[in-house]
Every structure is written in structure tokens, then in C-alpha cells.
Write a protein that binds this ligand. Structure first.
Ligand code: ATP
Ligand code: MG
Ligand code: MG
Length: 351
């Protein structure tokens, strides 16, 4: 069988490795950090830095195709790999999604709606943007943000200087605050042959910028569900995408707004592990290896509960609960805000 290279050894890389293994593939994970969760299950692990050209070349030489579990891979590392093996999803996808400004320009260029936004290279631009968009608004770093990190809420224009200082010189954008009725996401997949399959949209609840719970079905009207799926398909086609993508959406009385996209398997898609015959991890492996996409139709109602920090204290109770599937990431140390695992609470649907 062939070998899949995975850039990033976090929990997503770990669950991709498990899915690959089930289909008879081997995985080689590249992860600069110590004790990566994927180390337990990957067939090979390289712990070199992204600046280590020789290690990158050896990694690429040992695999048939390269994919990734996070979007902030240095461009220089991708150049080295791409000279040797295909990277799926493609480079252009990474370029666009690494930067909130580029991503929003791309989405609005497709005719989709996002929160109102403005580039704010300096304080004067931020003050002007606040005057244009109004408060409340959110200042976000253009790059490297996740789990709500690198974001500051501005409730009044007088807070501009303070908020700008909190960006510590990192390029940022201002987003108008969206008064959404709920958040949903579509986990969408596109195969090498261009076929598209979307999982049922889930309803997401965040606390302090971190995803806590995803519920399927989302409890939205059929029309909105269709809109969400069509919108995701348009994004995938426009990017000539191969793999799984997470599309985060705000539901508003005026329709759907795109919050952001993630060019990888997504936390809000973890419910698929116990709700579908083919989960998002297998779907991604199928796509990047050129297999046909699998059956991702939903056979059960699921509530996915993230286990963050001290939530791990609930594990003994969850382990004894009927209808609950536990997925733990094997991280030695729990810290506040750290994703340690998740629980899928499953209720099979009546036929
Ligand atoms: P992720 O871990 O999903 O990558 P992130 O750090 O990229 O998170 P966002 O998705 O931009 O952060 O924001 C996190 C959450 O904050 C959103 O899911 C939403 O609940 C809230 N939020 C972000 N932007 C806005 C906005 N413009 N209006 C209202 N709420 C927002
Ligand atoms: Mg994000
Ligand atoms: Mg997000």
C-alpha cells in the first residue's frame, strides 16, 4: 500500500492516521513539537523543524502524497515538498486561508457574504474602520489565530488605541460584530475527480472563542441547509479543492454569512465518527489518495462535546454512559483551554 505524509501531529493528525490505517495506508507525520498526539498511531514520525530542508526532503521522499492538519505551514517548507510530491489540498488553498484578509477577499470575490471587514495596517486605519463599521466590532490578527486567540472585542471607539496595542504589531483586520441567531458549519469534501459530498450541517456553540459543542441535526429549515451545502460546494470548486474543508457560517435573519474556512478536517466534524458510515477523517484520506468519496450520510443524531482542560474530570462518568463514544487524544498534560478529547453522544435515528 502507499504512504500518506501528514504535516502536523496534533489530534487531527492522530485521527487522520487512524483512518488511513483502517484503509490499509501507512502514515508518516512531520511535527516539530515534542510528544505529538499523532506519535502513538503514525507509522513514522519526523520531529525536525520546518527549516530543516534535508528532513523535509527525506519526509517527502518517503511518502506518495502529502496533506496537512493545520494551515500555518511555512511557505518555504511547502516549496521543498512540492518539488517532490503532490500536496493536497493544493498550495493556493493554503495561501488564501493562511490570512483572514486574503480569505475574506476571496470569499466576497465569489459573491458570498462575510462580516463587514477592513484591513487595519495602522491606528489611523483602525479609527477610520471603526467609524465606517461601527461598534461593537472585533479586531483579529490576520494570521495564526485559532480558538479565539489574537482577537479583541471593541465595544466603543475610544478603545481603539488600547486594542491596536494588543495586536503587538501583528497585521490585523477589523470585523463588524455579527448579531447571529446561531452558528453552523458544513464539513465538505471534494474528490480528485471533482465530485463533492457534504456532511449534514451541525450547530456549533462556542464559549470564550473555543468550540464546546456541535449538534446534528442543526435544527435549521431545509432551505437554509441547502443554501449552506451549495455555498460550501461553490468554495470547493472555485479552489479546485481536494480533501475535507470546514466552512464556518453565521445564520442571520438576512441569510448565511461565511465566518471562516479551514482547509482541513475540522473540530465541528468530529460527530461524523459516530454518526456516519464514512467519517470526515476517512473522507479526507479517500480524497487525497484518489479513492471515491465514501457514504457520509448521517445515520444518527449526535451531540459532540469537546473535553477541554478540566472537562477531563468527567471522563469516568462519560465512559460509563450508554450511547456515548469517547475519543481521547493521549495528551499527557491538561491545561485550561487545551483540547484533550471529545465525547460523541449518539442517538440512532428511527428508520
Ligand atoms: P477557530 O478555532 O474556529 O479557528 P478562530 O480563532 O479562527 O477560531 P473565529 O472563528 O474567527 O476564531 O472566531 C471564534 C468565534 O468568535 C466564532 O465562532 C464566533 O462565535 C465569534 N466571532 C468571531 N467573529 C465574529 C464576528 N464578526 N461577529 C460575531 N461573533 C464572532
Ligand atoms: Mg480559525
Ligand atoms: Mg472559527
Amino acid at each position: 500500500g502507499s504512504t500518506i505524509g501528514i504535516l502536523g501531529g496534533g489530534q487531527l493528525g492522530r485521527m487522520l492516521s487512524v483512518a488511513a490505517s483502517r484503509l490499509g495506508f501507512r502514515t508518516h507525520v512531520f511535527e516539530p513539537g515534542a510528544n505529538p498526539p499523532a506519535a502513538d498511531v503514525a507509522h513514522a514520525l519526523t520531529t525536525a523543524s520546518y527549516e530543516d530542508t534535508e528532513a523535509l526532503k527525506a519526509f517527502a521522499a518517503s511518502v506518495d502524497v502529502v496533506t496537512y492538519e493545520f494551515e500555518n505551514i511555512p511557505t518555504s517548507a511547502l516549496d521543498v515538498i512540492e518539488a517532490l510530491k503532490p500536496i493536497r489540498p493544493n498550495r493556493e488553498v493554503l495561501r488564501i486561508s493562511q490570512d483572514r484578509l486574503t480569505e475574506k477577499d476571496f470569499l466576497t470575490g465569489l459573491g458570498l457574504t462575510t462580516a463587514p471587514y477592513a484591513d487595519v495596517p495602522d491606528l489611523a486605519a483602525l479609527e477610520q474602520a471603526l467609524a465606517d463599521l461601527g461598534a461593537p466590532a472585533i479586531l483579529k490578527t490576520r494570521r495564526f489565530g485559532y480558538d479565539g486567540k489574537g482577537q479583541v472585542r471593541i465595544t466603543d471607539a475610544t478603545q481603539a488605541a488600547q486594542a491596536f496595542a494588543e495586536m503587538k504589531g501583528a497585521p490585523a483586520i477589523l470585523e463588524g460584530f455579527v448579531d447571529f441567531t446561531m452558528e453552523i458549519s458544513v464539513i465538505a469534501a471534494r474528490g480528485l475527480d471533482g465530485s463533492v459530498a457534504c456532511f449534514d450541517p451541525g450547530r456549533n456553540v462556542h464559549r470564550e472563542g473555543i468550540l464546546r459543542e456541535t449538534t446534528v441535526p442543526a435544527g435549521i429549515p431545509a432551505r437554509l441547509r441547502t443554501d449552506a451545502i451549495i455555498l460550501a460546494g461553490r468554495i470547493l470548486n472555485a479552489l479546485d479543492y481536494v480533501g475535507v474543508m470546514g466552512v464556518e457560517l453565521f445564520v442571520t435573519p438576512q441569510g448565511l454569512l461565511v465566518n471562516e474556512v479551514a482547509p482541513r478536517v475540522h473540530n465541528s466534524g468530529h460527530w461524523t465518527q459516530n454518526g456516519c458510515a464514512t467519517d470526515q477523517f476517512e473522507q479526507h484520506i479517500r480524497a487525497v489518495t484518489g479513492w471515491p468519496l465514501g457514504d457520509g450520510s448521517r445515520h444518527s443524531d449526535v451531540v459532540m462535546q469537546n473535553l477541554i482542560g478540566d472537562d477531563m474530570d468527567e471522563v469516568p462518568t462519560l465512559a460509563a454512559r450508554p450511547g456515548t463514544a469517547l475519543h481521547l487524544y493521549g495528551k499527557a498534560e491538561s491545561r485550561p483551554g487545551r483540547k484533550m478529547g471529545h465525547a460523541n453522544h449518539v442517538k440512532p435515528q428511527q428508520a
